[in-house]
Design a protein. Structure first.
Length: 97
């Protein structure tokens, strides 16, 4: 089999795989889009004023465990920082650029 034939065969196999898994790809793209939107909303919300996880969850109407998940990821990538305490809760603020 020539190099050109092998490339054609590989392209055909990839096309078939995309067709088989199209629903999974579509779901994953939608999930990533939603997650990006939530991350931007969280960052926008804590840009000017520090907030706790329950405050952010109430403002965005999403469960606190999801807010914690997003804040953990944002903190890992150095986009947010802890900014003291409010009673029992940690305050989060957007990291200055």
């Amino acid at each position: 089999m020539s190099e050109r034939d092998a490339a054609k065969q590989k392209a055909q196999e990839l096309k078939e795989l995309r067709a088989v898994h199209q629903s999974t790809v579509t779901q994953t793209q939608a999930l990533l889009k939603e997650q990006g939107k939530i991350e931007r909303e969280i960052i926008k919300l804590i840009k000017e004023e520090s907030k706790t996880i329950p405050d952010i969850a109430a403002s965005l109407d999403i469960p606190t465990h999801r807010v914690l998940w997003f804040l953990t990821a944002l903190k890992k990538y150095d986009q947010v920082r802890e900014d003291g305490m409010d009673g029992e809760y940690v305050l989060y603020k957007r990291r200055e650029e």
